[in-house]
Design a protein around this ligand. Structure first.
Ligand code: PXP
Length: 236
């Protein structure tokens, strides 16, 4: 069974628009769990424009499914993760002010940083993942870092979905390389009710998807409970 982890950054974005506590992020996250999602993902950014560091602490005390924290490993992020000890940390190479994650790691250029940080998280018993583009050279470099999983950056798949047979090819190739290297496979970014089933059907050894933008947008029409049911169905 492939796990659905719901990224709740968008809920925090709506809340922050008014400066009060509506919607209540914690309650929404607990409802997402109640409605059947198997994980909650947060991506705190240095400017805290959506998820705040305090949200991460609050959620970590109440979440009962898998908690996944994503982000760039600056010292503040590393300290947060080591204190909260989520089930999984996903490292993303995004600079502070990008709108959303827009690239995967170049392991060759960042090997020392990554190995140092990954070792710290592993020592603390936290499963590690690296956000990666489906590029053969980059994924092959996973051999040189001590990581548990990769998260395939699926934006290119989603934006080329009109030609889905071609769009999925590099992702299948990357998944096969990762599996051969003994690394687990997560995926995320721009996955939706339109493109999720085909991705799931074609990617070998897919363990988890993290979905935010499309899922929260769909819930405007279907409601959160029904929307989660629809996404879980795609993953069956
Ligand atoms: N994975 C990573 C690393 C992300 O940064 C994001 C967006 O914050 C997602 C997955 C989820 O992408 P989306 O919101 O498009 O579903």
């Amino acid at each position: 069974m492939i796990k659905l982890s719901v990224n709740v950054n968008k809920i925090a974005t709506i809340r922050n628009a008014r400066g009060n506590n509506v919607p209540n992020l914690l309650n929404v996250a607990l409802d997402i769990e109640k409605f059947g999602a198997e994980g909650i993902t947060v991506h705190p950014r240095p400017d805290e424009r959506h998820i705040r560091y305090s949200d991460v602490y609050d959620l970590s005390k109440r979440i009962t499914t898998e908690f996944n924290i994503e982000g760039y490993p600056n010292q503040k992020f590393i300290d947060l993760v080591l204190e909260v000890k989520p089930h999984q940390v996903t490292l993303v190479p995004d600079p502070p002010h990008v709108l959303t994650s827009n690239a995967g790691w170049k392991i060759k250029e960042n090997k020392e940083l990554l190995n140092e940080v990954l070792a710290e998280f592993s020592k603390a018993g936290i499963r590690t993942a690296l956000f990666m583009e489906p590029l053969v050279f980059d994924v092959e470099q996973v051999e040189f870092v001590n990581v548990d999983r990769i998260e395939l950056y699926t934006e290119a798949y989603a934006s080329n979905y009109a030609n889905k047979e071609n769009a999925i090819k590099p992702f299948i190739e990357s998944a096969l390389i990762a599996s051969k290297l003994g690394v687990g496979i997560n995926a995320g970014h721009d996955l939706s009710l339109d493109n999720l089933a085909y991705f799931k059907q074609n990617i070998p050894n897919l363990l988890e998807v993290s979905i935010g933008h499309a899922l929260i947008s769909d819930s405007l029409y279907f409601g959160l409970e029904k929307t989660i049911e629809l996404y879980l169905k795609e993953l069956e």
